[in-house]
Design a protein around this ligand. Structure first.
Ligand code: ZN
Ligand code: ZN
Length: 254
């Protein structure tokens, strides 16, 4: 398995529009975060997790010229606004892209991108996006991916698991019936949007304390924190991470 953190940022990126860096030092490239997106690669097979507004640059900067499948965790703008770009990618790579998401996520995508599902929509590559809904799992190229919902304020965000790898973004609680998915992991990529800002609780996201609890309880061998907001400074906060926990940055290779 090979993977790349294409984007490690929260919904509004770091810096936020206008050059507002918050606590993140502007001089450190690891603080320059595009919207959260992740490439899971195995034996030449490329699965993209989420495609937000920065996806064209993210794929280009990381020399990813081909994507076989995409999984959407949920239908918030920072995770889906790159959908029109996927048409062009499919057209340019001259191969279809299989797109997977939960039925409720597809409803959200149709609300935002209804024109793409109209019979009159004939953008180059639009016929190469193959939409599929999945409730619990999907298989592609002989690989099985399990998905399950986690609470994200007033909606669900779906986590994706294959083997001992789990990607879980945009959630604010871990229901007990989902706990088994977090056991015996070699690698857990999870969101901690709020960093050390514990007062932000209730905004649909985790903070570092939530991540430390998960590490303590389940003991994943490697834990990577992503979907990071502007209150998080890479150098300062990396020093405060317990063993086995790393902060993600754009272009990080796993
Ligand atoms: Zn998000
Ligand atoms: Zn979200």
């Amino acid at each position: 398995m090979k993977a790349i953190v294409l984007g490690s940022g929260s919904a509004y990126a770091t810096p936020q529009a206008g050059g507002y860096w918050g606590a993140a030092a502007a001089g450190n490239p690891k603080n320059r975060r595009t919207r959260a997106s992740f490439l899971y690669s195995d034996g030449g097979f490329n699965l993209l997790i989420d495609a937000g507004p920065d996806i064209a640059w993210q794929l280009t900067d990381n020399a990813v010229a081909r994507v076989d499948a995409v999984f959407f965790t949920h239908a918030h703008a920072d995770h889906i606004n790159g959908i029109p770009d996927l048409q062009r990618l499919a057209f340019n790579q001259k191969a279809p892209i299989s797109v997977f998401c939960a039925p409720e996520t597809l409803d959200g995508i149709r609300n935002s991108f209804g024109f793409m599902f109209s019979s009159r929509h004939n953008e180059r590559g639009s016929d190469l996006l193959r939409w599929h809904t999945a409730e619990k799992s999907f298989e592609i190229c002989g690989r099985k991916f399990e998905i399950f919902p986690l609470p994200h304020k007033h909606m669900n965000s779906y986590a994706l698991k294959t083997g001992s790898f789990l990607y879980a973004t945009d959630f604010d609680a871990l229901p007990e019936d989902k706990a088994p998915f977090f056991e015996k992991l070699d690698c857990l990529v999870m969101e901690t949007n709020n960093g050390f800002n514990f007062d932000a609780k209730g905004n649909g996201h985790n903070d570092f304390r939530d991540a430390f609890r998960i590490k303590e309880r389940f003991g994943p061998k490697r834990m990577i924190l992503t979907h990071l907001g502007i209150d998080i400074d890479y150098e300062t906060d990396m020093r405060k991470m317990p063993d086995g926990i790393e902060l993600a940055y754009d272009g990080m290779n796993l």
